[in-house]
Design a protein. Structure first.
Lengths: 581, 62
């Protein structure tokens, strides 16, 4: 990195941390610290919701996903707008009327303290681990590219986030997220422009699209139904809707964003704008990856993008074998580039037969190249068993470092760090809220003062920050990060959603039945994950459906007294007069 | 909130003894509630449009 890159990177991060600390500087009560005084408007809420979901993983791993697997990952988000509409109609008014701090607080009014505690604990485990992965992503960048120690990087980035999150609370988190997301998207837009601009002079944009399309990289929609395929239209629309319902409706890191709205309308608008912008935004990020793929059809890519693993294998006993693979890869690239030229010539001449022949040849050489890359990954795995041999996370970054001009590299790195910080800060903020409101104040010290709770929230933020930093040390064994974080969430989201659906829509299911239903739903998800090869997006559907059905069956065996108590608390929770704004 | 607005209008009419149209209080404007069914419809319509565009995009360059 050049001096100008360092200036841009350090300058941007310093301004963000200072801005967050300054924005949240006023002394607050618990309401002000955890919910920003419920005074935020919809533009801030919408951007904060988007920034919470879009971590550095989104900006690093998603373009790599498009490079290796095409744009079909965009289907994962198709269920999100549906979920935003459902949540705006159902969850938002209930949460606002009850004036709660956390989503799990609502469950006690419906099912009792046991269910509230179970969901809080599931959230703390899942979000605590996910925040670790979120922190790991930028640490990975610096360690691989600049050769920094990954442990030191984890600690530095983690501490930067902890500083403004602990001192400023939710207001600092939401305000900084607006700027962080804009910087991140700006960085990606510049990277896209440069990727397109770096293509050979005689290749037009439409021709670049055609090359990417012919090589299966613009496969945004696939209507074929296959429960074992991770990303198709049906898994995205149905599984994605369940995942989004659970993530945005029951995950405190998101619920806390729209609980800060000054009214139901502001919170609803924040969610709906997210529903309208998220899918095109993901399409755009994947499109950047597809264009990087086209760029590497004209410029030779490395056989393996992870420079650290590449260096290790080159000095191991497998060095000669790896060199052979590199030579093979180079030959395949030369062959592929000639095939791309043949394809372009045929398309320019509108010669359909020649286009078909060139496409087939191109796909064949692409398959052989993929096989060579797989052989290299397996060699790396033999050199260092358990090493990170998933190359997806390094592709976009390698392009940025090798081909972007001075200053822009610093800006893109700042964008990635900003995204990491924004998602991590939301995670820590929500973990602190749940720890203090659902565990400490509910189970430990019910009469704790506001000052005590604010002090403890700050300590909890620091403690969860340290936990996330510690977990980040293990994240390098998890393969593609964008998949890992969603897969981890999918282990729990279906079950948690089942509990909330029972709470929202049934009055005659008791706390005991909901609790047991959730345990059975979770067991079903674990069985699917361990014993079947069902695509992980469907785990959300399984956990939810099994959880709801099991609770309804168990409810038949619950004593009448328990049912009456539950129905009475349900009436109270839904009574608009009792909890009106 | 709506009662407050008509109340202001009534006082103005009584004071001036003319049939003025009641005007909302400028210091506390009534927050305009969006047309929610229309907004929900717009979100779903946009999703449908995106699916069609993505499908066309996939087919056009495959």
């Amino acid at each position: 990195m050049r001096t100008i890159d360092w200036v841009v990177l350090i300058g941007t991060l310093a301004v963000i941390v200072a801005y967050g600390t300054w924005k949240g500087r006023h002394k607050k009560d618990l309401h002000g610290y955890l919910l920003a005084g419920r005074e935020l408007k919809w533009p801030t809420i919408a951007l904060s919701i988007m920034a919470t979901q879009a971590s550095a993983i989104t900006f690093l791993s998603t373009p790599g996903q498009a490079y290796t697997d095409g744009m079909r990952f965009v289907q994962f988000y198709l269920g999100l707008p549906i979920a935003m509409v459902i949540l705006s109609i159902t969850a938002v008014p209930i949460y606002h009327r009850l004036k709660i701090f956390t989503a799990y607080e609502y469950l006690e009014t419906r099912f009792g303290v046991g269910t509230r505690t179970l969901t809080s604990l599931l959230f703390l485990i899942q979000r605590g681990l996910s925040t670790g992965i979120t922190l790991y992503a930028p640490a990975l960048i610096v360690s691989v590219i600049l050769g920094w120690n990954i442990h030191v990087t984890n600690v530095v980035v983690g501490l930067l986030v902890v500083i403004y999150t602990a001192s400023g609370g939710t207001k600092a988190v939401s305000r900084t997220q607006v700027h962080q997301l804009l910087i991140a998207l700006g960085g990606m837009a510049i990277a896209l422009i440069i990727a397109i601009h770096s293509l050979p002079q005689d290749v037009t944009l439409v021709e670049a699209f055609r090359v990417a399309g012919r090589m299966g990289r613009l496969n945004a929609i696939d209507f074929r139904f296959d429960p074992k395929t991770q990303y198709n239209f049906w898994s995205g629309l149905i599984g994605g809707a369940f995942l989004a319902l659970s993530y945005f409706g029951t995950d405190q890191s998101q619920v806390q964003r729209y609980l800060t709205g000054s009214s139901i309308a502001e919170s609803r608008l924040g969610l709906l704008i997210n529903g309208m912008v998220k899918v095109p935004m993901q399409f755009f990020i994947l499109f950047v990856g597809a264009m990087v793929f086209v760029f590497y059809q004209f410029v030779a890519p490395p056989l393996f993008f992870n420079t650290v693993q590449r260096a290790k294998v080159s000095t191991s006993q497998y060095a000669a074998e790896y060199e052979k693979l590199e030579a093979q890869h180079q030959t395949q690239f030369t062959e592929k580039r000639a095939d791309v030229q043949r394809l372009l010539t045929a398309m320019r001449a509108h010669d359909d037969a020649a286009t078909a022949i060139a496409t087939t040849a191109l796909r064949n050489v692409q398959e052989r190249e993929t096989a060579t890359r797989t052989a290299a990954a397996s060699l790396i795995n033999r050199t260092q068993p358990g090493a990170d041999n998933s190359d997806t996370n390094y592709i976009f970054l390698t392009f940025v470092i090798d081909y972007l001009p001075a200053g822009v590299v610093g800006l893109v790195l700042a964008a990635i760090f900003c995204a990491a910080m924004s998602a991590t800060s939301s995670g820590l903020n929500s973990l602190a809220s749940t720890t203090v409101v659902d565990i400490f104040r509910r189970l430990g010290k019910p009469h704790a003062t506001d000052a005590e709770c604010v002090r403890l929230s700050k300590l909890a933020t620091i403690a969860w920050g340290l936990f996330a930093i510690a977990f980040a040390e293990f994240a390098n064994r998890l393969g593609s990060l964008i998949e890992a974080v969603n897969k981890l969430g999918s282990l729990f989201y279906g079950t948690i959603l089942a509990i909330f659906l029972l709470a929202f829509y049934t009055k005659r299911v008791s706390g005991t039945a909901a609790f047991l239903g959730a345990l059975i739903g979770e067991a079903a998800v674990v069985w699917c994950a361990v014993a079947t090869d069902l695509a992980w997006l469907w785990w959300n559907v399984i956990g939810c459906v099994v959880g709801v059905v099991a609770a309804l069956i168990v409810q038949r065996f619950v004593p009448e007294q328990d049912l009456r108590a539950s129905a009475s608390s349900a009436d109270q929770a839904f009574d608009p007069q009792m909890n009106a704004d | 909130m709506s009662e407050g607005v008509s109340g202001v209008g009534s006082r103005v009419s009584a004071k001036n003894h003319v049939n003025e149209v009641p005007t909302p209080d400028r210091r506390h404007p009534t927050p305009r509630e969006p047309n929610w069914p229309m907004l929900y419809g717009a979100v779903m319509a946009e999703l449908l449009l995106l699916i069609v565009i993505f499908y066309a995009f996939t087919k056009a360059f495959a």
